[in-house]
Design a protein around this ligand. Sequence first.
Ligand SMILES: Cc1ncc(COP(=O)(O)O)c(C=O)c1O
Length: 327
Amino acid sequence: MILIEKIEILPRIKLGCLPTPIESLQNFGKKFGCNNIYIKRDDLTGIGPGGNKVRSLEFILGEAVSNNCDTIIVAGPLQSNLCTLAASACAKTGLKCITVHNGVKPDRAEGNLLLNNLLNVESHYLGNISSKERNKYADELKVSLKAKGLSPYVIENGATTGMGAMGYVSAVIEMEKQVQELDIPLKSIYAPGGNGGVAAGLIYGNALLGFPFDINIISVEYDKNALISEIEKVFDQLNEILHIPFNYKTEEICNIIDDYRGEDWGVNTIESERMVHAFPQMEGIFIENIYNSKVLAGMEDLAKQSKLPEGACYLHTGGFGSLFSQY
Ligand SMILES: Cc1ncc(COP(=O)(O)O)c(C=O)c1O
């Protein structure tokens, strides 16, 4: 299989406990009268507090190490899941990590910031500036560290890059194999769409495998067209990495749903807020309230309208660390 061979020659470091489990969501299914509803436990990827970015970091840090980099610069908001996972992965890999945040250093570190402190990571707090200005600072930091003789690597665009999305190209291969081994009727995947890295990897991998699944992306921020445009930028980067013909129109090969995003990124809807309580009370599994709560609120609504198909699988993307700052 050409895709697997191409992935095998990419630089990669092992970080995650993979494959993550696929389990039945019995209570959720029963409550909404749906059969064979599953969860893919990417909250259990095994580094730091776990989550989707561990898969991306396997390829991103793989590239950094193969370029002999010694310092990783990663930028994000205060409660960035990526920053904490990158810091955890760097600890395991023996790389120095510097996190750069747009936000004011709080008196008391909570959630992911507490974890960053336990990791003893060097953190730069830039105050209330835009994410564009924050990213510019990260690039300038790279130049100044280079001048000091270090070999820094900046994780671009919140890891939503071709290399980052390789994590979810591989995840589809993993899921197809698991579904065959478990012999379960898992047919469709429901995942969050933030910047579109998870989405791009899933959609691209699924297409190259001959569409073993229906992919449904629930946007947590952008409207449909804006999210598609972000996803297509990543497709271009994946094409550059893999050089495998890929000429599909995004809307023809997946379902982008923007009905559940509410007003903005990080702004709850009544249903998503309710889900942060309801889901752990139903299944004993915690979710944070930016990404996963909106996916599950969407799945719940589809189920209530009898539009959630049999064999649907919720992809839990983690983000557990941030939950402790959200309440
Ligand atoms: C927990 C969690 N889920 C989902 C996502 C969305 O991923 P993407 O930005 O690749 O769409 C993120 C991104 O930061 C995340 O932290």
